[in-house]
Design a protein around this ligand. Sequence first.
Ligand code: NAP
Length: 254
Amino acid sequence: MGLPNGGRMPLVGFGTWKLRHGQARAAVLAAFEVGYRHVDTATMYANEAEIGQAFADSGLDRSEVFVTTKIRPSDAGRVRDILRQSLQALGTDYLDLWLVHWPPPRRGDSRKLWNELLAVQAEQFVRDVGVSNYGLAEIDDLTRSSGHAPAVNQIDWGPTLYDEQVLAGHADRGIAVEAYSSLKNTNLDDPGLTKIAAAHGVTPAQVVLRWHLEHEVTVIPKSAHPGRIAKNFDLLGFALTPAEVASVDAMADR
Ligand SMILES: NC(=O)c1ccc[n+]([C@@H]2O[C@H](COP(=O)([O-])OP(=O)(O)OC[C@H]3O[C@@H](n4cnc5c(N)ncnc54)[C@H](OP(=O)(O)O)[C@@H]3O)[C@@H](O)[C@H]2O)c1
């Protein structure tokens, strides 16, 4: 997925929420081993240092990995300090993507924080900036007030939340949609999913993740288990038919 500032966000990334106490390092290393080159974290997850450790241990070049982290709205006003801490913990001198984790309650604060992110982006410490958990009206307010649209909106998304209009709204604005909790919020025993999975010889989780790719939505599945980490990344050996995509879309209506 091409981003406005020239970065390329791999459509499949590795989610790390709730991975801590050694689990994050092990899981991220397992993810790198099977080919993930995109990692999603946040100041709030308190695991950036473990991810930095995994990155150092992997021997991968910085340019090979796409790193996203997020700032909490409560850290507005000390954006440079938080960025310095994130960079230090992750062992890097730049972020590929920095997201506002959720909208500050007041519109004025939202605009202020967004301008602070744009300022550090201009200083080259962050390649692209974006938001998470924003509605389209909140995004439009940021874009109008600053002249810069977020590159990405990371949102709670999956078959049961499918809404064509939401995807079209982001596409019209040139904003990439990144899905979180796609597996957690889906019934992986749904007979419609298990039928499609059997037809392709894959797992229902792979069907759900592949469905996102069919809609050009980025996925960041999290798992602590190497077997699942590998399967969740193995999405390019099959494709869903248009009828299968439509039947997964229809899970939102059930
Ligand atoms: N921006 C935000 O506000 C926000 C909010 C939530 C999440 N996120 C990001 O999005 C990432 C993904 O979301 P998430 O962690 O909430 O949920 P998720 O990735 O949809 O689901 C994770 C859960 O599903 C299980 N799982 C993973 N692969 C599986 C498979 N193949 N079959 C069955 N179960 C499987 C995991 O268990 P095991 O670990 O035991 O395998 C874990 O309990 C997060 O890690 C985080 O990076 C962002």
